[in-house]
Write a protein that binds this ligand. Structure first.
Ligand code: FAD
Length: 473
């Protein structure tokens, strides 16, 4: 009898052992990618294609079937409503300069930013990418791959308002009117390149991951260690192991995860663009017959006083009926902020101080942009069609330094959701490897040591692809 009990106990122990072995091997992957956004989706796909066992961990769920998310032009509603189901809904620290906090949207959803963003495809100039080791010809190869996979397209019909604005910019700032603005350092165009197909978003997660790469949704990474990630999956704590590496592609949250993992200064060097919006009166009919899916009437890359591409001007018509809104965005900022965790609770947002217009040269640059590009554009536009009247700033404001400064401070209302740079001080810039954490890399725009002068979506996709190549080489 005793012998039988002994054998039974042994069998149970062996079965338990076998079960644990199988289970733990199931939870071990070659690579773990944190974040299914722009960078994470393409990177995970490339590792998977090379034959590795890859898992993507995504804090959000899959809401991409919602009409609100499918249709790219719903972006305005999304940003205004800050929907908690698929938006991180974060907020900066109080910015002394502009006397307010700024909110920013961030995709907390399968697909990340590209699942909720403005879909503008804006390519930064090659010098930006050289800072992380991507050379010109290589950059072009990566971009060709991405443009094809993401089916980048542009509206083929220009709206009258877009065409008139481009003519005005051309006359005022001597900037060429072109079909493809991404082929130029400075250009303006009424044809907007977008990550859309027939009005529906093209999201990296759908293109690169769906049905191919294993993805765990509602799974928030809390901390990383060499070879393992501590996660909360649908409220349950778990540990997931990686045989080779863990790659953080969590966008603005990559630095937070590093700080929670003990990397102290991961949050400094937060970089962002700043923008103000100005309004022109316009005849509402001028917005037709543009492609209704085009997210803007025109886009322009413009120079600052140093001759660099410092400004993006983006014009949207009839978001407020009868008005043309022009975003004057300073894209190459000198102000640097920081993002710091204040608690060990991984679910509490880090404190983000963008230090908006904290560096005087950014204020000077904004004043330059208004005086050198916006006002001459407004005069030229009025001469082309006197229905277009710039409502503010008026001439006395523009001509007086103190008044213009006050106008700018009062009107900065957007972070443009283009974060970068928060991990650049703790990684090797050319490989994304975290200096004090072996087996862990960062692959997203947070490794950039300088602000991008394109859009951060394109930057993140490029960096995701590039770091996958560095891993596989
Ligand atoms: C409203 C809005 C409009 C924008 N418009 C444009 C535009 O038109 N053009 C442009 O170029 N850029 C635009 N952007 C910015 C662009 O979308 C982002 O810069 C880009 O998506 C960044 O890519 P990423 O891969 O670094 O991060 P994301 O795409 O943000 O992906 C990060 C992913 O990681 C997940 N994640 C975060 N933390 C964790 C965690 N702890 N555990 C697991 N998962 C986690 C997130 O949920 C997210 O899915 C916009 C952004 C927003 C929010």
């Amino acid at each position: 009898m005793r012998k039988r009990i002994f054998i039974a106990v042994c069998i149970v122990i062996i079965l338990l052992f076998v079960y644990l072995c199988i289970h733990s091997s199931r939870c071990e992957y070659d690579y773990i990618v944190i974040g299914s956004g722009a960078a994470g989706s393409v990177l995970a796909s490339e590792l998977h294609k090379a034959g590795y066992r890859v898992i993507v961990l995504e804090a959000g769920g899959d809401y991409n079937c919602l009409p609100l998310l499918k249709k790219a032009t719903e972006i305005q509603n999304l940003v205004l409503n800050q929907e908690p189901a698929f938006d991180w809904r974060e907020v900066t620290e109080y910015q002394d300069n502009i006397q307010k906090q700024l909110t920013w949207a961030g995709g907390r959803v399968y697909g990340g930013g590209p699942a909720i963003n403005g879909t503008f495809w804006l390519e930064g100039t090659p010098d930006i990418y050289e800072t992380i080791g991507i050379k010109g010809a290589h950059l072009e190869k990566i971009r060709q791959f991405l443009r094809t996979e993401l089916e980048i397209e542009a509206n083929t019909v220009a709206s009258p308002v877009g065409m008139k604005c481009c003519k005005a910019i051309n006359q005022a700032s001597n900037i060429p009117i072109v079909n493809n603005y991404n082929e130029y350092k400075f250009a303006c165009s009424p044809y907007i390149q977008v990550t859309q197909k027939n009005g529906k978003r093209t999201v990296g997660s759908k293109v690169f991951l769906s049905g191919k790469v294993q993805t765990l949704l509602h799974c928030t990474a809390l901390k990383v260690k060499p070879h393992s990630v501590k996660v909360l999956h649908k409220g349950i704590p778990k540990q997931i192991r990686a045989k080779h590496e863990i790659i953080l592609s969590a966008g603005i949250h990559s630095n937070q995860i590093l700080q929670l993992s003990g990397i102290k200064n991961a949050g400094s060097n937060a970089i962002d663009a700043v923008g103000i919006e100005v309004f022109f009166t316009m005849p509402p009919t001028d917005n037709t017959p543009s492609d209704p899916n085009a997210p803007a009437a025109f886009y322009a890359y413009l120079p600052g006083s140093s001759g660099q591409r410092d400004f993006h001007f983006v014009g949207k018509a009839n978001i407020i009926p009868g008005l043309l809104t022009v975003g004057v965005v300073l894209i190459r900022t000198e102000s640097r902020g920081e993002a710091q965790i204040t608690t060990k609770d991984p679910l509490t947002q880090a404190e983000v101080n963008l230090n908006v217009l904290g560096d005087e040269s950014d204020m000077q640059a904004m004043m330059y942009g208004i005086r050198t590009h916006l006002i001459p554009m407004a005069l030229a536009l009025f001469a082309i069609d006197n229905n277009y009247i710039l409502l503010a700033p008026d001439a006395p404001t523009v001509n007086d330094d103190a008044a213009l400064r006050k106008f700018i401070l009062a009107n900065v209302n957007s972070t443009v959701h283009n974060f970068a740079g928060t991990c650049s001080q703790v990684v090797d810039l050319k490989t994304g490897k975290v200096k004090c954490l072996p087996g862990v890399r960062v692959a997203d725009a947070s490794i950039l040591p300088v602000p991008t002068n394109g859009g951060t979506m394109e930057t993140a996709y490029v960096i995701g692809k590039y770091i996958s190549e560095r891993i596989l080489c």
